[in-house]
Design a binder for this molecule. Structure first.
Ligand code: GLC
Length: 559
């Protein structure tokens, strides 16, 4: 029987590489995660999404899976995982696994067999095509670009054939047209559901279906060339329904899809409650409000109107039809207090708490990325060599190939790098931020850990963690905060963000100052006399309906 537990859920995302290293070998591990479950519970989360724990050669740090039915050694064993599942469940925490099934690692036995034997059945599991001879030179089958720069095709050594990879060349795209591939995927879902996991986050799911026959993209763009042939493909909805029929619907499982710029129409189809596809998908549009054209390395001054459009658009679209998600950070984004034109050296606490209130009081399930709840900041990487994420390196090399000097290219990368979220957690001020007992971690630590860490934050008078606790409690218990309809106020205001949530006669009003100066704002008449439920400052300066906000102040009222 399908229930809707996810509507009241608070999901905490763990990037296992960097959460907690219990055996001091430099890698985070399952034992380490177990040691922190009480902390996650104390925060008020009700579910954990684990970034991939499966076997992987780690070209894309777990997002290139070589065995979907096993745990990678550096994290532990399947027995450890089973215990993790038990420990989570005994605390009332649901477990959400990451499903990366648009592609497998090129180290996956299926891919290896496909290459080793031309007659292997696994050849049809992938998208392998002969190259084209153009003026005597061998060219890839189409002109599509990989999402991670360069051609989306890699030549198979010693042949004139290529395989498709929409991400790294070590991530070979699966051929979802092939019924056996779809059956394998359903079987993998059932394997984990059978163990008792409660749901999945589906990685770049809206690329499963490609337009056949494969063809050139004749548009002039270089970035995302070919996307119209591999995003929201013609059989997407059918494939998702099939996964439901064969696996997801057999359990009370929750599904959230990570999509790559879906059309608005498709986005709604994916989540429509009566559609049996996914429960919800992620919405990231507001996170592009400080970059140019969705390219996160190209910074622009923060645009609050764009933030509002991105945050509220999906809330309005999905209301009454399906469910929404609320996100500020994940393993693919820098820390939120160091973007949106915020100076975290002055306003870290204020901005961390205001952003959380404004985002998570909206319509949808909050997803919190590890460390966000303590207001952790970006890492002052000194050179590209300190960055592990392949994407940072690809884009850096690309910029340099266009003639950009290295130091300048590095400055761009450092603004938007995924590496910021991926450094070891700063638990306390001891060696390596308490991530382990001193072994050099796989990725450098953020030297800020001495000042900015979980332990210190929890003990501080103005604690981001304590604010999150209050916020999440409201989010779980207040019906208007869960089910209310969102109505935006004063959209054109470039300093203030304001909206109400209304449900069965109860109303919340959320308003915040998105700038570093104090700002006055006239609230709607009905807010007069409302109770202050949450405030990231000690007091709110209100006279009549006018509130004089301090820098980055955010207040939630209830009427
Ligand atoms: C998703 C993941 C990202 C990964 C990519 C390829 O966007 O969030 O980390 O690199 O898919 O699997």
């Amino acid at each position: 029987m399908k229930t809707d537990w996810y509507k009241k859920a608070i999901v905490y995302q763990i990037y296992p590489f960097s959460f907690m290293d219990s055996n001091n070998d430099g890698w985070g591990d399952i034992e380490g995660i177990i040691s922190k479950l009480d902390y996650i519970k104390e925060l008020g989360a009700t579910a954990i999404w684990f970034s991939p724990l499966y076997k992987s050669p780690d070209c894309d740090y777990g997002y290139d899976i070589s065995d979907y039915r096993d745990i990678d050694e550096k994290f532990g064993t399947m027995r450890d995982f089973d215990r993790l599942l038990e420990e989570c469940h005994s605390r009332g925490l649901k477990v959400i696994m990451d499903m990366v099934i648009n592609h497998t690692s090129t180290e996956h036995p299926w891919f290896k067999e496909a290459l080793a034997d031309r007659n292997s059945k696994y050849r049809d599991y992938y998208i392998i095509r002969p190259g084209r001879r153009v003026k005597g030179r061998l060219q890839p089958p189409t002109n599509w670009a990989s999402t991670f720069t360069g051609s989306a095709w890699e030549r198979i050594e010693g042949t004139d054939e290529y395989y498709l990879h929409l991400f790294c060349r070590e991530q070979a795209d699966l051929n979802w047209e092939h019924p056996e591939v779809r059956q394998e995927m359903a079987d993998i879902l059932n394997f984990w559901l059978g163990k008792g996991v409660d749901g999945f986050r589906f990685d770049v799911f809206n690329m499963f279906s490609k337009v056949w026959p494969l063809q050139d993209d004749d548009s002039r763009k270089t970035f995302q060339k070919g996307a119209k042939f591999f995003v929201d493909g013609p059989r997407m909805h059918e494939f998702l329904k099939e996964l439901n029929e064969k696996a997801l619907s057999l359990y009370d499982s929750f599904t959230v899809g990570e999509s790559f710029h879906p059309s608005r129409e498709n986005a709604l189809e994916y989540i429509r409650e009566d559609n049996r596809e996914f429960d919800t998908i992620f919405n990231f549009a507001h996170l592009d409000s400080d970059n140019i054209g969705g390219l996160k390395f190209f910074r622009k001054p923060f645009d609050l109107l764009q933030f509002k459009d991105g945050l509220f658009g999906p809330q309005k679209d999905s209301y009454g039809l399906g469910w929404n998600t609320l996100v500020l950070e994940n393993h693919d984004n820098p820390r939120c207090v160091d973007r949106f034109s915020i100076d975290s050296s002055r306003f870290r606490y204020e901005a961390a708490t205001m952003l959380a209130a404004v985002t998570f009081m909206g319509f949808g399930t909050p997803f919190i990325y590890m460390g966000q709840e303590a207001g952790l900041t970006n890492t002052p990487f000194r050179s590209i060599d300190e960055m592990k994420d392949p994407v940072s390196h690809f884009v850096y090399d690309l910029m340099k190939s266009y003639g950009m000097p290295g130091p300048l290219a590095f400055r761009f990368i450092r603004y938007g790098a995924r590496d910021h979220a991926r450094v070891p957690m700063a638990w306390n001020a001891s060696v390596n931020g308490g991530f382990n007992r001193g072994h050099e971690p796989w990725q450098c630590v953020n030297p800020a850990y001495k000042d900015i860490n979980v332990e210190k934050d929890m003990a501080a008078e103005r604690s981001v963690f304590r604010f999150y606790q209050k916020l999440l409690k409201i989010k779980k218990e207040n019906a208007a905060a869960i089910y209310g309809k969102t109505e935006e106020y004063d959209h054109g205001n470039r300093k203030i963000i304001a909206y109400s949530r209304e449900h069965e006669g109860k109303r919340l009003f959320v308003a915040a100052n998105f700038c570093a100066r104090s700002t006055a704002y006239r609230m709607p008449e009905w807010v007069q006399g409302a109770e202050v439920l949450l405030n990231n400052y000690d007091r709110a300066d209100i006279s009549g309906t006018v509130i004089r906000f301090s820098p980055y102040q955010g207040v939630v009222f209830e009427k």
